[in-house]
Design a protein around this ligand. Structure first.
Ligand code: FAD
Length: 275
């Protein structure tokens, strides 16, 4: 099967974490990723770590894209980041609104990711390829599914080049979302974000926070496995490899793996897909 792959990492907090990530990346490069992206902590809390990790990846000969979130930021602070990204030779950014920890309100000079995309285009023209977030199962703060589609289209109209989705386990939600976009004349690629299942508690915690639905049958099976991590991993591989197969066969333009800085699950899923 042919399907372009991209990989997402988060910036490690310790030298040991950096070493583990380096080792994981070396294994994952066997997949010949189109690019690797590196997340950006709430309010810019990891911005130096994000840039350093991107530099490390580029130094390994692989294309890399930092994430950049605008919530709580000023035009000057974003401008500074864009200069740093440009000077580092970066050509692709994942442009996001981001979230601040509860209690921090909104703040800053940007309200939505579409404002950030417009600002990046006005400051740097077409220098960067801009990826934006898409939500086949609807962003948790959206007023309605329709309003959320409109929010995605606003990012496209502001200058985004492609979308990466929040992860999901229901392929129909993705195909329907893309159909809705096509019906509205939006043709850009929307790459599904894939979350390998490694731990039941982590997945359920993450999913509650970001609004990704874990179907009842998956949730109940995971709960039934309790502490049996081998069974959780085996079940997770079956579920996620099956999902990826459906997506690729259905015409998804690529797969973006949320690796959680681990190599094994992503490698095994891709092996099963023959990628
Ligand atoms: P937006 O597109 O601005 O949307 C946010 C909300 O506002 C949505 O509910 C939308 O419907 C609504 N909205 C947008 N425009 C309007 C409008 N004009 N009027 C009314 N409502 C509107 N978070 C991080 O902190 N760091 C990361 O590195 C990171 N990486 C991510 C990568 C991917 C691929 C994805 C899918 C998510 C990532 N996130 C990250 C999470 C993301 O920051 C959150 O989901 C955040 O809540 C929304 O960001 P956004 O860019 O989608 O925002």
């Amino acid at each position: 099967m042919k399907c372009p792959i991209s990989l997402e990492f988060f910036p490690p907090k310790t030298p040991e974490g950096a070493e583990k990530l380096r080792a994981a990346r070396q294994k994952l490069y066997a997949l010949q990723p189109e690019f690797c992206s590196v997340t950006f902590g709430a309010g810019g809390s990891t911005q130096e770590g994000t840039l350093q990790t991107v530099r490390d990846i580029m130094g390994e000969g692989v294309s890399a894209a930092p994430h950049l979130s605008c919530i709580g930021q000023t035009r000057d602070s974003i401008r500074e980041r864009l200069v740093a990204y440009r000077e580092a030779g970066i050509r692709r950014i994942v442009a996001l609104r981001g979230d601040l920890p509860s209690g921090y309100g909104l703040g800053g000079e940007f309200r939505y990711a579409s404002d950030l995309v417009a600002f990046i285009r006005s400051e740097t023209g077409r220098h960067f390829h801009l990826e934006v977030a898409a939500y086949p199962e609807v962003h948790p703060q959206a007023r309605s599914p329709d309003a959320d589609l409109q929010a995605f289209i606003a990012k496209v109209e502001a200058g985004a080049d492609s979308g990466i989705t929040q992860y999901f386990f229901n392929a129909d939600a993705y195909f329907r979302y893309v159909d809705e976009l096509r019906r509205r004349g939006v043709e850009l690629p929307v790459v599904p974000g894939i979350m390998p299942i490694a731990s039941s508690s982590q997945l359920l915690r993450f999913s509650d926070a970001c609004g990704a639905e874990v179907p009842r049958w998956i949730r109940l099976r995971l709960q039934a496995y309790g502490d049996d991590t081998a069974s959780i991993k085996a079940f997770g591989l079956d579920v996620v490899a099956g999902l990826c197969e459906q997506l690729c066969k259905g015409g998804a333009p690529g797969l973006h793996f949320y690796t959680m800085n681990q190599a094994a699950a992503t490698l095994e899923i891709c092996r099963r897909l023959g990628l």
